[in-house]
Design a protein around this ligand. Structure first.
Ligand SMILES: CCCC/C=C/CC(=O)SCCNC(=O)CCNC(=O)[C@H](O)C(C)(C)COP(=O)(O)OP(=O)(O)OC[C@H]1O[C@@H](n2cnc3c(N)ncnc32)[C@H](O)[C@@H]1OP(=O)(O)O
Length: 391
C-alpha cells in the first residue's frame, strides 16, 4: 500500500511564498506491481476533486507531476523563468520524475489518491462525527451557547481568508446549526479582520493548475452559497473589522448585519479580473439600487461601515469600543424569542425569492469559472501571490 508520511517543514524553495511552512510529503510506494486502468486513473482524478481536506502543496505538486507524467510522459517543457514561481515549482516536480514510465506514473497517482481519500466506511459515519469534524477544524470554530450558534472565522494571520477546506467546514457547520437547539446563528471573525474573502492561493496551489481549481471552485462555491440561501434560522453577521470579496457579497443573504465602525466593505472584483458571487448581482441592486451596486461590484468602491449602513447593507453600526458588548447583549435577547416564529417568518420572506436566488447562484458560478481562467484574473492573482501589488 502507498503510505504518505507528512512532516512539517519549511519549504525547500525559499522564494515560493505560499508554499512556505507546508507539509512535505514523503511517498513510499512499496505496493507489489499492479496496473491501474485508465478508468482507475479517471476515477482517481475525480476523487481528488472531492477531497475534503487540503492535502498540502507538496502532495498537490506530486499529484500534478504524476498526472503529467502519466498523460504526457517525461517533462518536455522549457523550464519557467525564475520569477514564475508557481510554474517553476510544478515544472521541477514533473521533471524530477525523469523517465518514469507512463503506466507506473498512472499507478502511483492512483495509489497516492487512494492514500489521501477517506474510506467509504469513514465517509458514511454518522452526523456525530461530522459535528466533531466541524468543531475540531482549526480555522472555523463553532460553539453553541445562550441559544446562539457562533461560527467564528479563525485564521487571523491570514485575515481570515477562506480556504477550500474552510468553505467545506462552513457548509457542514451550517448544516449542523440548521438542526441544533439554537435559535439564531451568528458569523464573526477573530482578530482585526472579519474576512479578507477567498484565499487567493486556492487557485495557485491546485495540483492540476488553474483549470482544476476553477472547476473545483465553481462546485464548492455553488454548494457554499446554496447553504446560505437555504439556511432556515435567522442568520446574523457580526462584522468586527474589514470585509473583502465574498465576505461582503454574502451579507446580502444574511438576515441582519451588525458592524463595528472599524469595518469596511470592499468588493474589488474588477481589479481581480473576477465577477460578483453569492447572489450579489441580484441582492445588491435590490438592497441599494443599481447605481450604488455598480460602484461596489463593478468599480470596487470600498464603503465605510456608515456608508454600508446608509445603503441598507448593514443593519446597525456600533462604536468599536463597545461593539462586542452591545451586539452580544442584543443577540442574546433575540435568541430568547420563540424560535419557531422566527423560523417561519424567515421562511415567508425567503420563499418569495428562493428559486430566483438559486438560479442567480448557478449563473454566477458558471460565469466565475470562466473568469478564473481569464488572463485578467490569472495576472491579478499572480500579482497578489508574488506580492507585486496589493489592493
Ligand atoms: C472557491 C470560491 C471562490 C469565491 C470567490 C470569491 C471572490 C473573492 O472573495 S475576491 C476577494 C479576494 N480577496 C482579496 O483580494 C484580498 C487580498 N488581500 C489583500 O489585499 C490584503 O492582504 C488585505 C488588504 C486584506 C490586508 O492587507 P494588510 O497589508 O493589512 O495585510 P497583509 O500583510 O497583506 O496580509 C496578512 C497575511 O494574510 C494573507 N492574506 C490576506 N488576505 C488574503 C487572501 N485573500 N488570500 C490569501 N492570503 C491572504 C497575506 O498574504 C498575508 O500573508 P503572509 O503574512 O503570509 O504574507
Amino acid at each position: 500500500m502507498a503510505a504518505v508520511t507528512l512532516r512539517r517543514a519549511r519549504c525547500w524553495c525559499p522564494s515560493l511564498l505560499q508554499f512556505f511552512r507546508l507539509p512535505v510529503a514523503q511517498v513510499h510506494l512499496s505496493r507489489p506491481a499492479m496496473r491501474a486502468s485508465q478508468q482507475d486513473f479517471e476515477n482517481a482524478m475525480n476523487q481528488v476533486k472531492l477531497l475534503k481536506q487540503d492535502p498540502g502543496n507538496q502532495v498537490k505538486l506530486k499529484l500534478y507531476a504524476l498526472y503529467k507524467q502519466a498523460t504526457d510522459g517525461p517533462c518536455n517543457m522549457p523550464k519557467p523563468g525564475v520569477f514564475d514561481l508557481v510554474n517553476k515549482a510544478k515544472w521541477e516536480a514533473w521533471n524530477s520524475l525523469g523517465s518514469l514510465p507512463k503506466e507506473t506514473a498512472r499507478q502511483n497517482y492512483v495509489d497516492l489518491v487512494s492514500s489521501l481519500s477517506p474510506s467509504a466506511e469513514a465517509s458514511s459515519q454518522g452526523k456525530h462525527e461530522a459535528d466533531e469534524k466541524a468543531q475540531k477544524s482549526k480555522d472555523i470554530v463553532v460553539t453553541s451557547e445562550d441559544g446562539i450558534t457562533k461560527i467564528v472565522l479563525n485564521r487571523p494571520t491570514k485575515k481570515n481568508a477562506l480556504t477550500f477546506e474552510m468553505y467545506q467546514d462552513i457548509i457542514l457547520a451550517l448544516k449542523n446549526a440548521s438542526t441544533d437547539n439554537s435559535a439564531i446563528t451568528v458569523f464573526t471573525g477573530t482578530g482585526d479582520y472579519y474576512c479578507s474573502g477567498n484565499d487567493l492561493t486556492n487557485f495557485t496551489s491546485a495540483a492540476g493548475g488553474m483549470e482544476e481549481a476553477a472547476s473545483k471552485g465553481a462546485v464548492v462555491l455553488r454548494e457554499f452559497v446554496n447553504s446560505f440561501i437555504d439556511f432556515p434560522k435567522p442568520l446574523v453577521a457580526v462584522v468586527n473589522g474589514p470585509a473583502v470579496g465574498i465576505a461582503v457579497t454574502l451579507l446580502g443573504l444574511f438576515d441582519a448585519v451588525y458592524a463595528s465602525d472599524k469595518a469596511t466593505f470592499h468588493t474589488p472584483f474588477s481589479h481581480l479580473g473576477q465577477s460578483p458571487e453569492a447572489c450579489s448581482s441580484y441582492t445588491f441592486p435590490k438592497i441599494m439600487g443599481s447605481a450604488k451596486a455598480t460602484e461596489m461590484l463593478l468599480f470596487g468602491k470600498k464603503l465605510t461601515a456608515r456608508e454600508a449602513w446608509a445603503q441598507g447593507l448593514v443593519s446597525e453600526v456600533f462604536p468599536d469600543s463597545t461593539f462586542e458588548k452591545e451586539v452580544w447583549t442584543r443577540l442574546k435577547g433575540y435568541a430568547k424569542l420563540p424560535p419557531n416564529s422566527m423560523r417561519i417568518s424567515k421562511e415567508l420572506i425567503r420563499n418569495n425569492e428562493k428559486e430566483k436566488l438559486h438560479a442567480v447562484n448557478a449563473e454566477e458560478c458558471t460565469t466565475l469559472k470562466a473568469k478564473w481562467l481569464s488572463e485578467e484574473c490569472i495576472n491579478a492573482i499572480m500579482n497578489f501571490v508574488s506580492r507585486k501589488a496589493k489592493l
